[in-house]
Write a protein that binds this ligand. Structure first.
Ligand code: ATP
Ligand code: MG
Length: 361
């Protein structure tokens, strides 16, 4: 809370107003007393004044003095009272749901400070309300997407199982084909449920990391090595530029492996074939920078960072039902939990995903 200057304090201002009103009333009474007295002496002889008449005259004079004091005081304090009423009306509006409404700041006293605090509260409430509405909207979208994505493979599984149940297949070969489809649809269902589970687990504020100090270069070298046969199978060659030096980082290994694997699997799934995939890792000042690049015809949208949005899937992923559109948004959350950064760049038919993690000193 800001300190208020002594002369701006409300109590001092009120005291000054009381003093001004008092002097104002004395001045006014001294001006009007003489004509009133001469008027009274015209009606009644002053020598014939009874005690009662003198008392009544004094009470009237005193009342007039008090009324003058009150009038001057009200005139002086009017602005403050109106401002107080404005504050009270605004608080009532805010309470009735007009969040974000603010009060003009007038003066530098306790009332203006109160108005400033109310403005702050009002804006904070509005932001919280907008945030909660956004969360609610996202939750509804999530439920709609989940229901749709879960229903599709499940409907297909039930359909094929029904065909088998009623014996609607020509031969052993077709029966085997049906089993293959059921198996791959079940795998997809499992992948989807796993991704959803991971996503909701990481979305919470209490997401826990199991941190260990590792050399990122050897970890990445090992992961890339495991994927070489799959790259070759998919007609993809690998340009490996992982540094020979140690890259010490403090990470949750399981989660970071998940991020890197999604990048490599994405490169395999969505790259042009045959072509090349480039993987590089090096330390730049206090950061470990990993880059995974692959060739793609056109970026799926103007801003490639949209790929990190939940449930974003490019045409290829949607048509082939290759992905859930959750991998990169899960990765983003994992990297954020590690105080790192993840992003994408598209340049001349090459898409590059960049993951930055703080080095552990
Ligand atoms: N290396 C890449 N090259 C081209 N497009 C990509 C690449 N990586 C991601 N994309 C696009 O971004 C979308 C989102 O990727 P993301 O990893 O989030 O989900 P997914 O791969 O569809 O599903 P999941 O990772 O859960 O299996 C993909 O569907 C694809 O269209
Ligand atoms: Mg993916």
């Amino acid at each position: 809370m800001r300190n208020i200057k002594f002369s701006n304090k409300l109590s001092i201002q009120l005291l000054v107003m009381i003093v001004i009103s008092l002097f104002g009333a004395i001045f006014f009474m001294s001006i009007i007393s003489r004509p009133i007295l001469s008027f009274i002496s015209m009606i009644i002889n002053p020598n014939e004044f009874s005690i009662l008449q003198a008392s009544v005259a004094f009470i009237l004079w005193f009342s007039l003095a008090i009324i003058t004091f009150v009038v001057i005081f009200i005139l002086l304090v009017r602005k403050k009272i109106m401002y107080l009423k404005l504050i009270s009306d605004t608080v009532q509006h805010i309470a009735s749901g007009k969040l974000g409404q603010t009060i003009d700041i007038k003066g530098k006293d306790e009332l203006s400070q109160l108005a400033q605090n109310i403005n702050y509260m009002s804006k904070e409430l509005e932001n919280k309300f907008i945030h909660e509405r956004q969360l609610e909207k996202e939750k509804n979208e999530l439920i709609t997407n989940i229901s749709h994505d879960l229903r599709t493979p499940l409907t297909s599984i039930i359909g094929y199982l029904n065909l088998i149940k009623v014996g609607q297949y020509k031969n052993e070969g077709q029966l085997h084909e049906y089993f293959e489809t059921i198996y791959s649809k079940s795998q997809r269902l499992k992948h989807l449920i796993d991704e959803l589970f991971e996503f909701t687990r990481l979305s919470g504020t209490d997401a826990m990391l199991n941190m260990s100090n590792v050399d990122l270069a050897s970890l990445l070298q090992q992961i890339v090595g495991e994927y070489i046969p799959i790259f070759e199978e998919q007609q993809l060659s690998v340009k490996n530029s992982i540094t020979e030096e140690d890259i010490p980082v403090l990470i949750d290994i399981e989660k970071i492996v998940r991020v890197y694997e999604n990048l490599l699997i994405n490169a395999i799934k969505y790259s042009q074939k045959p072509s090349m995939i480039q993987v590089s890792l090096k330390a730049e000042s206090n950061t470990a920078v990993l880059k995974v690049s692959n060739k793609m015809e056109n970026p799926p949208m103007d801003d490639v960072n949209k790929m990190f949005d939940r449930f974003f899937r490019g045409d290829k992923a949607r048509i082939d039902a290759q992905g859930t559109g959750l991998g990169l948004s899960i990765s983003k959350r994992i990297i954020e939990l590690h105080n790192g950064d993840i992003g994408a760049e598209y340049k001349e038919r090459w898409i590059t995903f960049i993951v930055e993690l703080p080095l552990y000193k």
